[in-house]
Write a protein that binds this ligand. Sequence first.
Ligand SMILES: Cc1cc2nc3c(=O)[nH]c(=O)nc-3n(C[C@H](O)[C@H](O)[C@H](O)COP(=O)(O)OP(=O)(O)OC[C@H]3O[C@@H](n4cnc5c(N)ncnc54)[C@H](O)[C@@H]3O)c2cc1C
Length: 390
Amino acid sequence: MADTLATLARTRERFRAFADGEIVPHAEEFDREQRIPSELIKRLAAEGYLGAILPAEAGGPGMDRVTFGALHEEVGRACSSVRSLLTVHSMVAFAVHRWGTAEQKAARLPGLASGDRLGAFCLTEPEAGSDAGRIATTAARTDDGFLINGTKKWITCGQIADVYLVFAKAPTGMSAFLVDRATPGLCVRPLTDIMGTRGSMLAELEFRDCEVGPDALLGPEGMGLSLVGTGALDIGRYSVASGCVGILQACVDACADYTARRVAGAVPLREHQLIRRMLSDMVTNLEAGRLLCQRAGTLKDEASPKTVMATWMAKYFASTAAMSAASDAVQIHGASGCGGGAAVGRYYRDAKIMEIIEGSSQIQQLTIAEEAFQQAAARATPSLSGSEDR
Ligand SMILES: Cc1cc2nc3c(=O)[nH]c(=O)nc-3n(C[C@H](O)[C@H](O)[C@H](O)COP(=O)(O)OP(=O)(O)OC[C@H]3O[C@@H](n4cnc5c(N)ncnc54)[C@H](O)[C@@H]3O)c2cc1C
C-alpha cells in the first residue's frame, strides 16, 4: 500500500509538472481564443495521456483508474477545457475497447490510443438532455447498414473530432454508432461563446441521410444507452469529478497566494477570520472530494459494481464543492477576480458547467436518493441484502 501511494505521488508529480509547464501558462489564452492548439494535443498524445484509459495490449499506457483520476485532476487544475478533451476522448476509447468487435478494435484503437484520431461523445440533442429517452435521432436499417438522421448539440470537441460515438434510435431501440467525420451527410457547425470550458470547441452535428456500414454499430443493437452509453458516462463522470477536484485545488492555490499579498485593514487578507473560514471550507472540500474520487477509482480497479454509485457521489460532491469554492475565490479576489483574464473568474465559469454536464446536480440528487431508498429497503429485508457489505 505504502509503495502504491509513493508510486502514485511520483506519477502525480509528473502530471503536475506537465500541467504547470504546458497548460497553466496558456489556459487564459485557450479560454479567450476558444480553442486548444493542435500542438498541445500532440504533446498530450505523445505523453500517452489521450490513450490513458486503454490497457497496454490496446496500445495505452496501462494506467490504473486511480492514476487516471490523478491525471484528470492535474489537467483539470490547469484548464477544464483541456480536461474536457481528455474526458470525451477517453469515453470513446473506453467504449470501443469495452464493446468493440475484434475488427472494430483493430481498426479504431490504434488511432485512439496514439491520439492520432480524436473521439467525441454525442448523446445530447436540442430537445433531449437529461432525459435521454427523448432522443429523436434515428438509425434506419438499410440493405448495407444504417441511415442516420438527426441533430446532436453541445458536443465537446465536436469541431475537431475524427470519430463520433453517436446514439440513435434503431428499429430495436437506442443504439451506439461510430461515425467518421468524413461520412457524407454529416455537417459540423461550431458553437461559440459558451459560458465555461470555452476552449473545448463545442459543435452541433447534423446527420442528414448519413449512411454507415454494419460495422459502425458498437455493442448490441438496442443496448446503446444501457450498455455502451452507461459505461462511457461512468468514465466521463469520473473524469469530470476528478477535474472538479483540480478546480478546488486551483482555487485554494490562487486564494492562498492572493490573501498573502493583498492588504486590507493594515494586514494581509489572510489574517481576517472571515477569509480563513472560506479557505478552510475550500481545503476541507478539496480533501473530501479527492478521497471520494480515489474511492471511486479504487472500486473501478477492483471491478466492483459499487464504483458506479461511488462515482455519482464523487461527481455530485466535487462539482458542487468546486462551484462553491470558485464563487468564494472570486469573492476573495474582489474586483480583481471579475476582470477579463482573471483565473478565478475562469474557474467560476468552468465550475458552473460541471454542475450541468455528465448528469446535472438534480439528476445526481435523484439517483443518489434512489440508491439510499434501495439500501434502506435492503437493510430492512435482510434476505434481500444477503451478506454483502453495504
Ligand atoms: C460545455 C458543455 C459541454 C457539453 N458536452 C457534451 C458532450 O460532449 N456530449 C453530449 O452528449 N452532451 C454534452 N453536453 C450536454 C450536457 O450533457 C447536457 O447539457 C446535460 O445532459 C443537461 O441537459 P440539458 O442541458 O438539456 O438540460 P435539461 O435536461 O433540459 O435540464 C434543465 C434543468 O432541469 C433539471 N432537470 C432535468 N430533469 C429533471 C428532473 N427529472 N428533476 C429535477 N430537475 C430536472 C436539470 O438538472 C437542469 O437544471 C454539454 C453541455 C455543456 C454546457
